[in-house]
Design a protein around this ligand. Structure first.
Ligand SMILES: [Zn+2]
Length: 168
């Protein structure tokens, strides 16, 4: 997924905020935590380009292991359920929820190591053929990119709806 992680994080955070409004976390803080979580796995690109010199696919790093995000999400849920103070666990919950969403969205058209660290084998729902030299052009011109456009449009719709609700 190239452009839809942040919009997908916005959609999920916006839709879930209504459910958790009663815990007193401001909408802007909840959204920031959610948006950060939606792109957090891709922060491993800093290591990929800066230190690993593109030697391994960045989806093979632990930051892209669904098991890691599932563990973090489970811990966030447990903290939220059992801690008396709910605000911080709630931010952890939306952060890790969107981190897990990132795994699902990446899985659609690229390799995700679902069983890592136990099995070192990647899985992808759709294989995007390498037709063009620039990797991003292969994704941009593949039919799976239509889903990204739909996510971006949905997020734009929600954002506009929020803006109109605030101005009225
Ligand atoms: Zn990713």
């Amino acid at each position: 997924m190239i452009v839809a992680h942040l919009p997908a994080g916005y959609i999920v955070s916006t839709l879930l905020f209504h459910r958790f409004k009663k815990y007193g976390v401001p909408r802007s803080v909840f959204l920031r935590a959610g948006l950060l979580g939606s792109i957090a796995p891709d922060l491993d690109m800093i290591y990929f380009y800066g230190f690993d010199h593109r030697a391994h696919p960045h989806h093979s790093y632990f930051s892209h292991f669904p098991s890691v995000w599932l563990l973090l999400l489970t811990l966030a849920i447990l903290c939220f359920q059992h801690c008396r103070q709910k605000k911080l666990p709630l931010l952890a919950l939306i952060f890790t929820c969107n981190g897990m969403l990132h795994m699902l969205l990446d899985y659609i058209a690229s390799n995700i190591y679902w069983l890592a660290p136990f099995v070192n084998r990647p899985f992808a729902l759709i294989t995007v053929p390498s037709v063009y030299q620039d990797w991003w052009l292969n994704f941009l011109l593949h039919r799976s990119f239509a889903l990204e456009i739909l996510i971006v449009l949905w997020a734009a719709y929600l954002w506009r709806k929020q803006c109109m609700a605030r101005s009225s």
